[in-house]
Design a binder for this molecule. Structure first.
Ligand code: SAM
Ligand code: DTB
Ligand code: SF4
Length: 347
């Protein structure tokens, strides 16, 4: 008989989508983390298959539209003005440069374009240009995402009116680890922004970072927070800390790779229909670890040679990995394996 470790039952809860959702206690999420690795992956893979094509991966490309000089003190971030990381501050990028980058992302196969700004929150004077960026990127046929810091409801509505599809705003870590990482904005500030984004009818992209010296219970605390958002986010980026010299977290101990894979699996199990994005930190992951992340239920990546200020795997390396694993970028039709791809398979 298959062995299933006993996990405290999640509590049923109200839903507004018609699909029953579950409320997760931190201890129930922690119990998932503690399951034998193979059992955990098996369950995550089953849930993944019930909701998605397991061989399809969604590709989002990032662009930093306003870099560095940020007033916040997020301890992981190379763009904070509080730390000396060598990142130079720049002004908001002109529209034509943004659209050129978006066109390149599309040509490389991305379906979503995520524009990030190193701001505490956007200023009124920037809103018109941000709206033009959203409209222009949409006209190219890409989904639009922005991450600009805190938003009030009026700002969220302005972005929605311009056509914004997704807004990324991360909880980053658990409430009880948060104070060790950031002091200039509160956890509640983040929850408020998420509510404004939801309230304006924009899809929510919200996740966090692991490898910031948190405990397993704190990783479980982050996932429980995300899974208990009602409804839970449409996209959940799971970042592995990119330890940048000059930031307070530069010397953080890297997380055990299997613990990272577990975090992906637990996100998949607790948020069955979300896009779980294998996010920052892939540059230091080998192909086998990334394959395990896809097996654990990740079905999206940041695609393109740069994240915001740090490196990401080259697009060609990702496509090669997809060929070896038989994964398909979302939006590409399933096809017979070509000669070219066979080359990749046998490489
Ligand atoms: N300034 C905006 C904000 O913080 O909301 C948007 C950009 S900010 C860079 C977006 C997210 O990137 C952060 O919330 C954090 O989760 C992630 N991030 C930033 N630096 C990172 C790093 N060194 N490693 C992993 N993730 C990072
Ligand atoms: C997210 O969760 N990760 C992305 C995106 N949302 C904006 C950012 C990762 C940034 C990594 C450090 C850098 O390149 O500056
Ligand atoms: Fe600023 Fe965002 Fe970096 Fe925090 S994560 S310092 S808000 S750019």
């Amino acid at each position: 008989m298959p062995h299933v470790a006993s996990v405290p039952l999640p509590l049923p809860r109200r839903t507004h989508s018609g699909v029953p959702e579950t409320r997760w206690t931190v201890s129930a999420v922690e119990a998932l983390f503690e399951r034998p690795f193979m059992d955990l992956l098996h369950e995550a893979q089953q849930i993944h298959r019930a909701h998605f094509d397991p061989n399809e991966v969604q590709l989002s490309t990032l662009l930093s539209i306003k870099t560095g000089g940020c007033a916040e003190d997020c301890g992981y971030c190379p763009q904070s003005a509080h730390f000396d990381t060598g990142v130079e501050a720049s002004k908001l990028m002109p529209l034509d440069e943004v659209l050129e980058a978006a066109q390149n992302a599309k040509s490389q196969g991305a379906t979503r374009f995520c524009m990030g700004a190193a701001w505490r929150s956007p200023k009124e004077r920037d809103m018109a240009r941000l709206a033009e960026m959203i409209q222009g990127v949409r006209q190219l046929g890409l989904e639009t995402c922005m991450t600009l810091g805190m938003l009030d409801l009026a700002q969220a509505r302005q972005l929605k009116d311009a056509g914004l599809d997704y807004y990324n705003h991360n909880l980053d870590t658990s409430p009880d680890h948060y104070g060790a990482v950031i002091s200039t904005r509160t956890y509640q500030d983040r929850l408020d922004t998420l509510q404004h984004v939801r309230g304006a009818g924009i899809h929510v992209c919200c996740g966090g970072i692991v490898g910031m010296g948190e405990t397993r219970a704190q990783r479980a605390g982050l996932i429980a927070q995300l899974a208990n958002l009602n409804p839970y986010p449409e996209s959940v980026p799971i970042n592995n800390l990119v330890a940048v010299p000059g930031t307070p977290l530069a010397q953080a101990d890297p997380i055990d790779p299997f613990e990272f894979v577990r975090t992906i699996a637990v996100a998949r199990i607790t948020m069955p229909s979300t896009m779980v994005r294998l996010s920052a930190g892939r540059e230091r992951m080998d192909d086998a670890m990334q394959a395990l992340c896809f097996a654990a239920g990740a079905n999206s990546i940041f695609y393109g040679d740069r994240l915001l200020t740090t490196r990401n795997p080259q697009a060609e390396r990702d496509l090669q990995l997809f060929r070896r694993l038989g994964l398909r970028p979302q939006g590409e039709r399933p096809s017979v394996v070509s000669e070219d791809q066979r080359g990749g398979l046998s490489a």
